[in-house]
Design a protein. Sequence first.
Lengths: 158, 158
Amino acid sequence: MGIDPGSRNMGWAIVDRAPDGTMRLRGSGVIKTRPKTPQPQTLLIITHALDDLIARYCPDEISIEDLFFSNNARSAMIVGQARGMILLAGAQHGLNVVSYTPQQLKIAACGKGRADKQEVQAGIQQRLGLPSAITNEHTADAAAAALRHFDQLAADAG
Amino acid sequence: MGIDPGSRNMGWAIVDRAPDGTMRLRGSGVIKTRPKTPQPQTLLIITHALDDLIARYCPDEISIEDLFFSNNARSAMIVGQARGMILLAGAQHGLNVVSYTPQQLKIAACGKGRADKQEVQAGIQQRLGLPSAITNEHTADAAAAALRHFDQLAADAG
């Protein structure tokens, strides 16, 4: 299960790998919350949505994009709150949570660390054998996070 | 229930106000987690501890110190994760969560926004009628957060 950790738009993507190495997208979407919703309720909505997704898809592990903020600490705290819901869901459901940098996700998607959005989308479409590209950037980042972790597993397996 | 939101040392303090306005400290402490504990498990420990405290003391509201970080976004994200556990606990238990700035806490504790630690500790000791000062800074900040919210309630009541 790949996740793009955002407070207002949390992308998610469930990716399977068949024994022959073929990747398949089982489901994807965005957990959206309204800007006017108070933070505690926003986090409760995210937590419930994550619990529902984990119950529905039974993922083996969670892979998230690790965000860095150059100078906006307030944003970092808000994203940290949302990211905390993902880590908590992983701990509560006994799922390993791993994270990768945005550059690592781009390389997983299309082989280039400095790719633009179109290249990333095209790469994800190709790797997942999709009829059309995932144009929602949050969902695309979530799918790239899942793909990146499969690459890690493959590398670890030698 | 006042809380000092930290990832490694989360201070808490339960403050009651008697009908005559007297403040009383019913309990206080620090939720400590180890630096080596992975983030998901740390957040699970914090969540369980908060659930236990809420079940034990049945607070009416939660008041937390609102932290701002000038330039350390990484720290802000980590604290945001811990802060998210507090907001989530509030939402799950139907408790209002309010936050105040460090300066507001100092004013509540001792009447001065630029007070040093000793002044803050002495002020809290006096307001809560304690035999000795709360020397743990996390617990003291939590107590100050609770006192600040009582001041707000008093001001709102006219």
